[in-house]
Design a protein around this ligand. Structure first.
Ligand code: FE
Ligand code: FE
Ligand code: ZN
Length: 297
């Protein structure tokens, strides 16, 4: 494998309040070479005006600092498979607007020498079917993607693995597979999966005792080439608790040894890793330093 493919890409969730360039600088200040951010207030609402100059400034800064991948996270309120058609309409408009912003960021990167932001990812929760049944939830989520995606997108849209809380869609690999299968063939290449370690554990996948087994199940059902990013979170709750409460690395049910194994795993090590632990920026810096020390490059 090439040096490039082996480089450890690690970062955390950062506040987007001060703009794109500010996030790039904050990431670099804690030895991160990628980062995640909310496209807008996670509880919904309007996004800020897109700032082209700030986008170009981030791209230039990314080029100088070895940042090639960034991950945007959709707001939690986005529910593609809501029962209420108005809520679904809101979800479609929000995602369409988010994606157009990511495309503008990609375009801004293309105006900078070397097009530094080569990989722009957009992650969302597949939604909650709220009593309509899993099959209908899957159908509606796929329908939203079919309405919004286009084959020429530079952004890759990621379905996040969920804890299976309440009527959440995406707690089983089969559910993500079925959404992807219902996406139009010419759009399917624009879609991937983000695996959240707290979520899969809470959903009942025993990554602590059998990470190899879980990854081979993922491969069999979804296909490992779809896996584009990892959320690294410990969990406050036991296996199959269906809870989704993140814990600091090493202080929950997953434990330090799991994270050491995960960042070095031959099937995962080339992917970008993101912390979403209950932390402030200096705390993320300590976790990133710890992860870097565990990584055998
Ligand atoms: Fe998420
Ligand atoms: Fe997550
Ligand atoms: Zn979560």
């Amino acid at each position: 494998m090439t040096q490039q493919a082996q480089a450890f890409r690690v970062g955390c969730h950062l506040s987007a309040a001060r703009g794109f360039l500010a996030m790039g600088k904050e990431a670099v200040s804690i030895q991160a070479n990628t980062f995640q951010f909310f496209t807008r207030n996670p509880r919904g609402g309007n996004a800020k005006e897109f700032d082209e100059e700030d986008a170009r400034a981030l791209a230039a800064f990314a080029g100088q600092n070895g940042i090639s991948t960034i991950l945007a996270h959709a707001p939690y309120t986005l529910n593609p498979c809501a029962a209420d058609q108005k809520i679904r309409g809101f979800s479609r408009r929000m995602m369409a607007d988010d994606l157009s912003r990511m495309e503008r960021l990609a375009a801004a990167s293309q105006t900078v020498e070397g097009d530094p932001l080569r990989e722009i990812l957009y992650n969302f929760h597949p939604g909650s079917h709220v009593g309509q049944g899993m099959e209908e939830g899957i159908r509606l989520t796929a329908e939203q993607l079919n309405e919004i995606l286009s084959p020429d997108l530079r952004t890759t849209v990621l379905l996040e693995t969920m804890a299976g809380k309440g009527s959440e869609v995406g707690g089983r690999f089969e559910e993500l597979r079925d959404i992807i299968a219902a996406i139009r063939g010419d759009l399917r290449g624009r879609v991937g999966v983000c695996l959240d370690t707290c979520h899969v554990h809470d959903a009942g996948y025993d990554v602590v005792n059998d990470l190899d087994g879980v990854l081979s199940e993922f491969d069999r059902i979804i296909g490992l080439p779809r896996l584009k990013a990892i959320h690294l979170n410990d969990s406050k709750n036991p296996l199959a608790s269906h809870k989704d409460r993140h814990e600091l690395l090493g202080q929950g049910a997953l434990g330090e040894e799991f994270f050491r194994t995960a960042v070095n795993h031959p099937l995962l090590r080339a992917l970008p890793f993101y912390l979403e632990t209950p932390n402030d920026v200096p705390g993320y810096g300590r976790e990133i330093a710890w992860l870097r020390a565990q990584r055998a490059d």
